[in-house]
Ligand binder design. Sequence first.
Ligand code: ZN
Length: 210
Amino acid sequence: MHSDWNPRDYLPQDVKLLLAKPQHDRLLAFHHIVGQLKVQRRTGWLDHDINDCESISDHMYRMGIMSMLIKDPKVNRDKCVRIALVHDIAESLVGDITPFDPVTKEEKHRREWETIQFLCNEFIGKSNQIAAKEMMSDWLAYENISSLEARYVKDIDKYEMLVQCFEYEKRLNDPNKLKQFWSAVSNIKTEEVKGWAQSLLDARAEFFES
Ligand code: ZN
């Protein structure tokens, strides 16, 4: 039903103006597109009236740092950092679609896939084909959970959200308003991140006990 959705239509105005010039720098345009992630708020929080909430890049930044702290010797942490930093990059044009939006999971995926191809082919690839290939492969690894690193980043995606959730809960001094987010704990698969989440749950229980 949304088959006419095209990432081109969602470029920020300054990028559209830049691209309209006969001589334009596609890499600079891409840098501005990525800047959208600093402005875009995470909808899950906005939907719960946390209006000054974090941006999408805030979320990815802390995931990047968390990825550096993985202890599992089988994991390539640098790869995890890369995946963490690109996994939500399509949201720069797609926006942050939550399960409560009237957009199907398939349509969300299709829009994100269109966007990542658009960014890699039309912007990054024009100046650096290797970088475009790498970014595409990191993004796909995450989407398909096709490597151990991607598995870890999937877990860290949920864990980071829960750390953020606890920070908002403390600020609101209310353990109920954001309760629904905590069901994500059960989707964490790796033992290491499960351990992090357990420690978080303990800290939360202790906070709201007192
Ligand atoms: Zn994410």
